[in-house]
Design a protein around this ligand. Structure first.
Ligand SMILES: Cc1cc2nc3c(=O)[nH]c(=O)nc-3n(C[C@H](O)[C@H](O)[C@H](O)COP(=O)(O)OP(=O)(O)OC[C@H]3O[C@@H](n4cnc5c(N)ncnc54)[C@H](O)[C@@H]3O)c2cc1C
Length: 299
């Protein structure tokens, strides 16, 4: 499979793509190949053909790349961006959204249709696929409390439906993290509510977010998972690490759980800041900070 562009004519496949242009941190090296499917049939064809071919080609699926640090060497093989698959359909009290739809847009469509249950997602800059994969959540809401089923494409090219009960949802975890399935869409089961009240709640969450989070700088959101019995941000703040900087990556002075790109950060800067924070917090408080953000590529 030397030349994917020739092999899949008419598909939006590009060679040697700079991933920093697509990640929320604005860091990350090149992908050998990147693919923006326009239909599910295109994704299925590529996955089936590559599975059937004798060349093993690593395949990475991305949504909005808002929970990722991609290393400076980039990603080998093929990166599939699902952002062009962004359909959102409302049927009575359910919404089915394609994996590439922004979860913020799904929350807004829910509000416009007087459906409650997705207000918490109003300010999360991820895609539906990424939100399900991560079991994203905020302000007391979480994907697992509203998703009824998802549709996936397995790595061998089979399309199947998986119900909430079979997704092994836990804090920032779903079964898809183990299966490697590609999420194609998700159906959200919502309840009837009052449009104005839903809107007010979304506005409130977004105001709180803007006042606490360094949204003025590129970042990947909260870098660390909440350790049992603690808050990652508070531990980092107490350890006097706010403002700690390597190269262009800095522990945010506004929210200690965020590491922001001050303009010139590399992925290596980010990873070094993460390691330093983990080491200092472990030494001072005996608490292991696990990353919520996913680090992809060779380290
Ligand atoms: C400013 C800011 C605020 C944030 N606030 C929150 C918050 O309040 N709560 C929260 O939970 N998160 C938050 N995040 C993190 C992030 O937005 C969420 O985790 C989001 O759900 C990730 O979606 P994504 O599309 O960007 O996924 P990506 O970053 O593109 O991918 C994340 C992981 O999911 C996998 N993946 C993505 N799409 C698919 C798919 N279709 N099929 C299979 N695998 C897939 C990727 O391979 C990767 O491993 C925040 C991030 C930022 C930058």
């Amino acid at each position: 499979m030397e030349n994917l562009i020739q092999y899949f004519p008419g598909y939006d496949i590009r060679k040697n793509v700079r991933l920093a242009d697509y990640t929320n941190t604005r860091v990350g090296g090149p992908a050998d190949w990147a693919f923006w499917p326009k239909t599910i049939a295109q994704v299925k064809t590529v996955i089936e053909e590559l599975h059937a071919s004798d060349r093993a080609l690593p395949i990475t699926v991305l949504g909005n790349a808002s929970n990722l640090i991609i290393t400076d060497d980039g990603l080998r093989g093929l990166v599939i961006f699902l952002t062009d698959l962004a359909e959102i359909q409302v049927v009575e009290q359910t919404i089915t959204a394609s994996a590439g739809a922004a979860i913020i847009d799904v929350a807004r469509v829910a509000q416009q249709n007087g459906l409650t249950g997705l207000e918490w997602a109003a300010g999360i800059p991820g895609s539906v696929g990424g939100a399900v994969y991560m079991n994203a959540g905020a302000y007391g809401g979480q994907v697992d409390s509203v998703v009824s089923t998802i549709e996936v494409l397995t790595r061998t090219g089979e399309i199947k439906s998986i119900t909430n009960a079979d997704l092994a949802f836990a804090y920032r975890h779903s079964a898809v993290q183990e299966t490697g399935d590609i999420i194609l869409s998700a159906t959200f089961a919502l309840e009837l509510g009052d449009k104005a009240a839903i809107d007010a709640m979304m506005e409130d969450f977004n105001t709180r977010r803007a006042s606490k989070q360094p949204l003025e700088f590129p970042s990947c959101g909260s870098v660390f998972k909440r350790p049992v019995g603690y808050f990652a941000g508070k531990l980092i703040m107490d350890a006097d690490l706010q403002g700690y900087t390597i190269g262009g990556a800095q522990v945010s002075t506004k929210h200690a759980g965020f590491i922001v790109n001050r303009g010139t950060a590399s992925a290596t800067d980010y990873i070094q800041v993460i390691r330093h924070v983990q080491q200092v917090v472990a030494e001072k408080y005996g608490v292991t900070l696990e990353t919520e953000v996913r680090i992809l590529g060779e380290q």
